[in-house]
Write a protein that binds this ligand. Structure first.
Ligand SMILES: Cc1cc2nc3c(=O)[nH]c(=O)nc-3n(C[C@H](O)[C@H](O)[C@H](O)COP(=O)(O)OP(=O)(O)OC[C@H]3O[C@@H](n4cnc5c(N)ncnc54)[C@H](O)[C@@H]3O)c2cc1C
Length: 591
């Protein structure tokens, strides 16, 4: 596990500027500052423990994570609609380890992490562990909350290249305006001198413009080609707490919250084991078999629909365990096929990164989450796979802690103080597959990312360019004065070949697995799992998917806001479809 300085609760300046969200906040339900009292926490806990006899709901949402929280909120706005959320993890309410953004490193590999291994990666790093959060709010309760809207070009690529015409930027960007989280650039008084000097050095070496508000650039100009600056993140700058999907979308409407909704039922620490099909109509999903952590098993049924929001690993895993997937793969492990859909688990991809580490004179006094600034460059213009000329192909995070797991294993020392630059690939070309090792639901799935196995070696070349730029930045004042020496890969590693070998062996993930139930147009691509128009699983009734698994390709930048926007749109689709169905029924009843 990476070393965490665990700086603990911040005592931010009381005059920290509280950012404005751009969302609607109906009835004042924003609660990024909301802290429940001890009594409210108890009430919340009690509501989780009381056995809930009820088993039928209008909607069942599997996974109370990033996307699931949005849907739970939006669907229960209509108090006549009942929603059950099945969440494998506990509540985040009152849990400082979760809510204090600066403590995110403590959650890696903890009891709140499903911690999925990767399979052998012949050209990459076989030791990468994929963290997936086991807690209400999902990965938005664990991640660093770097919050970028997708570039227009990313969404337009979905529309034009990936058979998703209804996801054009003109239709999807407005959903970014209604997100409930408190998304702001890192507050100026929380920007430490090392990161400030890194931003200055990066701008002067690369020529990338300094960007004060990345999201403003994306919202108003559709994106940018290069840029450097402090990130936009979703947090409360007064206390350093998360403004996660759970905090923004669920806390206000939970039993302890100021806008409690009795039509929302959270089944916490409850695992969705498999989907239940209609006895008479074998293509209709009617419900979900669940098991609580205390071993209680029951079947929950949906009057309307089941929505899978378990994430890019657990949604395809649940589908495969339910017999939805490739016939040959399911036959091999003895799971009876209920619905053949060969794309389930395919198209697994990520934002892979590598790392270059310098020992520093000391640890910076204060950061919000140890990775407060970043840089975007365009480095392989002539090799751009999708002709996206004006979009970055390389992104850097700068870490102000020794993030040495992968380098330590390769024999490099672990300094007490360090700066790490982590170049990552904005549009990785490697495509892998998620599959099951056996029919045992307790066995972790196999994640084969095929890191760096893309045929033109594009991915590794991007990282090599990144390592070279990182070194140039490290030679530039005022940043270079903070550095003592390069630790990994070290000054002896110079040729492109040697840099590539190191970058691949020390590679890590930005924790962005996606694409394993991709949306699109099945008639044009039989690997499509979800219909792009309405997110229904191809060929089935009563079940839709809404989470990172539906992204046909990751956006250039960190994907959380894109996933939230997908969920906001999914809520609109569900509400409109339900209204149309009700209206249809009413018309049939007219004399
Ligand atoms: C350490 C880390 C750092 C990251 N940093 C950033 C960042 O700074 N910015 C950014 O944009 N992205 C970041 N990401 C990625 C981003 O957080 C995820 O892509 C995104 O949150 C995924 O959302 P989701 O809705 O698809 O899944 P999740 O948010 O993972 O939600 C899935 C939920 O389903 C539940 N679940 C799964 N299976 C079952 C089951 N069978 N039964 C019941 N419940 C189940 C899980 O407990 C979880 O709550 C990071 C991720 C990690 C792990």
């Amino acid at each position: 596990m990476p070393i965490s300085p665990s700086p603990g609760k911040k005592n931010w300046d009381s005059d920290a500027v509280h950012g404005q969200t751009t969302e609607d906040h109906p009835k004042g339900e924003s609660s990024s500052n909301y802290q429940p009292s001890a009594r409210e926490r108890l009430a919340s806990l009690a509501s989780q423990l009381v056995p809930q006899g009820r088993t039928e709901y209008d909607y069942i949402i599997v996974g109370g994570g990033t996307a699931g929280a949005v849907l739970a909120n939006r669907l229960t706005q209509d108090r006549n609609v009942s929603v059950a959320v099945i969440e494998g993890g506990p509540t985040d309410v009152g849990n400082d380890k979760v809510l204090d953004l600066s403590r995110w490193l403590e959650m890696l590999g903890s009891e709140l992490d499903y911690d999925y291994p990767t399979t052998q990666q012949p050209r990459g790093n076989s030791f990468i562990r994929h963290s997936r959060a086991r807690v209400l709010g999902g990965c938005s309760s664990h991640n660093t909350l770097i919050s970028f809207r997708p570039f227009n070009a990313d969404l337009d690529l979905w529309a034009s290249y990936y058979g998703c015409p209804s996801w054009h930027s003109s239709q999807i960007q407005p959903y970014g305006d209604r997100l409930k989280m408190n998304i702001i650039p890192i507050a100026p008084q929380q920007r430490n001198q090392v990161a400030r000097d890194w931003v200055e050095a990066s701008a002067s070496v690369t020529g990338a413009p300094k960007i004060a508000d990345f999201n403003a650039q994306i919202a108003h100009r559709g994106g940018f080609t290069e840029g450097v600056g402090f990130f936009n993140i979703a947090y409360d700058p007064y206390n350093g707490n998360r403004s996660s999907a759970s905090v923004a979308y669920l806390h206000p409407i939970m039993p302890h919250g100021p806008h409690r909704r009795d039509n929302l039922h959270l089944f916490l620490e409850t695992w969705a084991r498999h989907l239940i099909f209609d006895e008479k109509d074998e293509k209709h999903v009617r419900g979900v078999a669940v098991r609580s952590k205390y071993g209680l098993e029951k079947t929950l049924t949906a009057k309307k629909e089941v929505i899978l929001c378990a994430g890019a690993v657990d949604t395809p895993r649940l589908m495969l365990l339910s017999g939805i997937g490739s016939r040959s793969d399911l036959d091999k492990i003895g799971i009876p096929v209920k619905h053949e859909l060969s794309g389930v688990g395919e198209n697994l991809h990520d934002h892979p990164e590598s790392i270059i580490i310098w020992e520093t004179r000391d640890t910076p006094p204060e950061t919000v989450m140890s990775s407060d600034a970043g840089l975007f460059l365009k480095v392989l213009k002539d090799k751009e796979p999708f002709g996206m000329e004006n979009v970055p192909d390389l992104m850097f995070h700068i870490y102000q802690v020794p993030f040495c797991d992968n380098t330590k294993r390769l024999g490099y020392p672990v300094p007490d103080h360090a700066i790490c630059m982590t170049p990552n690939i904005c549009r990785s070309q490697a495509r892998g597959k998620l599959s099951l090792a056996s029919a045992d639901p307790n066995e972790k799935p196999l994640l084969d990312f095929k890191y760096f196995e893309d045929k033109d070696d594009y991915d590794a070349q991007i990282l090599v360019e990144g390592m070279k730029w990182a070194r140039k930045i490290a030679e530039q004042s005022p940043f270079k004065e903070h550095l003592v020496r390069e630790i990994a890969p070290g000054p002896d590693v110079q040729s492109d070949e040697a840099l590539s070998e190191y970058a691949r062996r020390a590679a890590h993930t930005v924790y962005h697995p996606a694409g394993t139930c991709k949306m699109g147009t099945y008639e044009k691509d039989e690997k499509v799992v979800v219909n792009e128009k309405d997110l229904r699983v191809v060929g089935l009734k009563g079940v839709r998917v809404c989470d990172a698994s539906v992204l046909p390709i990751l956006p250039t930048i960190n994907p959380m806001l894109t996933i939230l926007m997908v969920a906001e749109r999914a809520a609109d689709i569900l509400i409109t479809d339900s209204w149309a169905q009700e209206e249809g029924k009413r018309r049939q009843q007219w004399p």
